[in-house]
Design a protein around this ligand. Sequence first.
Ligand code: NAP
Ligand code: 8YV
Length: 311
Amino acid sequence: MNAAILITGRMPPNVIPQLQEEFSVHVLPETAAEAQALLQEVGPRIRGLTTNAVQGLPMTLLDALPALEVVASSGIGTDALNLEAARARNIRVATTPDVLTADVADAGIALMLATARNLCQADRNVRAGNWLRGLGLGHRVTGKRLGILGLGRIGQAVARRAAGFDMTIGYHQRNPNPEVPYRYYETPRQLAADSDFLMVIVPGGTATEGMVDGAVLDALGPEGTLINIGRGSTVDEPELVRALEAGRIRGAGLDVFAEEPAVPEPLLAMDNVVLQPHYASATVETRLEMGQLVVDNIRAHFAGRELLTPV
Ligand code: NAP
Ligand code: 8YV
């Protein structure tokens, strides 16, 4: 009998048709009652699971799947995957590194440009027939200082792109990287103090929770702009709102939020803020590559091979 796979999370379109060729595929319904009914029926037989980095692997789901062997997540973040609980049950977990790096880095640069150059406000002006009315001047990006919080795969891709804008690049993470030509800062606060734009791209989770706090925002200062493409939990969101309201920083470009899809109400009315619905990896090309890795990891597991991209 084909192994039973449970599909949770919104999957790229190439996932389900491929898995259906080899496995017995069940899609978790969105409504709680229907999901519960399906889990009662097939939960004990499910051996593989697909999810994504946002949906993660809730403990309630894990508890309902006693025969689970492998989880393939579409995304790189592991903060919602309950890795310890999965490891304790010897469940193998795979994510989708690298294939999303370029598009997420592009999105970070796009947010930086859109925020600095009032792109969304200008668009709203034209659509409303207001042309230049109430639209202030933007600010230059070229030649400015970019601080990258988390110079990993995506952070380095951001840095390479920013070099094309003649930006001076600095970074902070726990370990200095001797291979890169950028200046290392010991703390997020020191990095922010020496940055015009602070780009956040560290992983989420307890280790980075609230890392960008009021002191970091004050170090960034009234001519500084925060860009967050990592996780909402890394930024103290109420403090960010207060800093924006008081002009303690100039603006913010945000792809991620602490309690998605909720966005703090005051941000919605701010023209110096650009908001995205956790959209940085959402291109056709990247999502198909993420989907293919999900499929290939599930296939590898059930063929008795190593996972391609294990966590
Ligand atoms: P990565 O290659 O693992 O890079 C993460 C970087 O963060 C590393 O350089 C690491 O350096 C640093 N870091 C980790 N923990 C830290 C801590 N406690 N304090 C300071 N620095 C820390 O990961 P990646 O592929 O670049 O992805 C990064 C994150 O981006 C993901 O985990 C995910 O949350 C987020 N993401 C968001 C989207 C989106 O749609 N917005 C899409 C993809 C990814 P050290 O180990 O030296 O500290
Ligand atoms: C996705 C992400 O938006 O990879 C991550 O960590 O947050 C994003 O790429 C997410 O996986 C939803 O599919």
